[in-house]
Write a protein that binds this ligand. Structure first.
Ligand code: CTP
Ligand code: CA
Length: 227
C-alpha cells in the first residue's frame, strides 16, 4: 500500500520519465504510431513522486490523467520528445525511458492531405528517429543514471542485454510483450530488471505495484553508485 511504500528513497532527486507512444505525422490528418497506453510510465512517475523525487513526465498522446504532482510536458513526435528530454537534463539525476518511441518517421510531412492515387501499392519513405535514451546515456557531462525498457517478443533477456550495452544504459527493464496478459495495453506487467551484473525478476503484478518495486530497486542502485 501507499503507506508501506518506502518513502524518501529518491528524496531530493530530479527524475525525467518518458511515457506513451510518439505520433509521427504523414500529412495534416494522418500519423504513424503504436498501441502504447503510457500506463507503465505514468505509474513510474507516481511511484517516483511518492519516493520523494521531483518528476518531469514527458508524454506522448495518451488518455491518462497526468499525476497531480508531476511536471507534465506533452509531446507528439520523437523529435519533440528528445527536445523535451534534453531541456534541463543538466539537473536530471535519473532518466527513465518508458516511452514507445516510433523508430522511424515519414521523410517529409505533406502540406496537404495525401490523395488516393490510381496505383494499387503506395510506398512510404521513412527516416530513422533519434534514439532518446541512447542520447541521454551518451552525454559526456552530467549524465544521469539511465534506465531503459526493452519490449521483446522472443529471446527477451538476450535482446535486453544487447540494448543495455549498445545504448550504454545503467539498467534495462526487460518486458515480454508476446504474452497478451501483460505489456502494452494491459493493467498488469511482469518484468526482469537487468544490469551488467545481475537479473532481478519481478513477478506479474499491477503496473502500479511493479512501478513501486522498480523505483525501489533503481533507488538502491543509485545509492550504491553514490557511495
Ligand atoms: N528508445 C528511445 N528512442 C528511440 C527508440 C527507443 O529512447 N528512438 C528507448 C525506449 O524508450 C526504450 C528503449 O529505448 O527505453 C528500447 O526501446 P526498444 O524499442 O525496445 O528498442 P530499439 O532500440 O528501438 O530496438 P527495436 O525496436 O529494434 O527492438
Ligand atoms: Ca523500437
Amino acid at each position: 500500500t501507499a503507506e508501506q511504500f518506502q518513502h524518501g528513497a529518491l528524496a531530493g532527486k530530479r527524475v525525467f520519465i518518458t511515457a506513451g507512444p510518439t505520433r509521427e505525422p504523414l500529412d495534416p490528418v494522418r500519423y504513424i504510431s503504436n498501441h502504447s497506453s503510457g500506463k507503465m510510465g505514468y505509474a513510474l512517475a507516481e511511484a517516483a513522486i511518492d519516493a520523494g523525487a521531483s518528476v518531469k513526465l514527458i508524454s506522448g498522446p495518451v488518455t491518462l490523467a497526468p499525476p497531480a504532482r508531476a511536471e507534465c510536458v506533452q509531446v507528439e513526435t520523437a523529435e519533440q520528445m528528445l527536445a523535451a528530454s534534453m531541456d534541463g537534463i543538466d539537473s536530471c539525476d535519473l532518466f527513465i525511458a518508458a516511452a514507445a518511441v516510433a523508430d522511424y518517421r515519414p521523410v517529409a510531412i505533406a502540406e496537404h492531405k495525401i490523395k488516393k492515387g490510381s496505383e494499387e501499392i503506395m510506398e512510404l519513405r521513412l527516416v530513422k528517429n533519434p534514439d532518446i535514451v541512447a542520447t541521454v546515456a551518451g552525454l559526456a557531462t552530467s549524465r544521469p543514471f539511465t534506465v531503459g525498457f526493452a519490449a521483446e517478443t522472443r529471446d527477451v533477456i538476450g535482446y535486453a542485454r544487447s540494448k543495455l550495452a549498445r545504448k550504454q544504459l545503467d539498467l534495462i527493464v526487460a518486458n515480454d510483450v508476446s504474452n497478451p496478459e501483460i505489456g502494452f495495453n494491459s493493467d498488469d506487467n511482469a518484468v526482469t530488471l537487468v544490469s551488467a551484473q545481475e537479473e532481478i525478476n519481478l513477478a506479474q503484478a499491477s503496473k502500479r505495484q511493479l512501478a513501486r518495486q522498480l523505483i525501489e530497486q533503481i533507488a538502491l542502485y543509485i545509492s550504491r553508485n553514490d557511495s
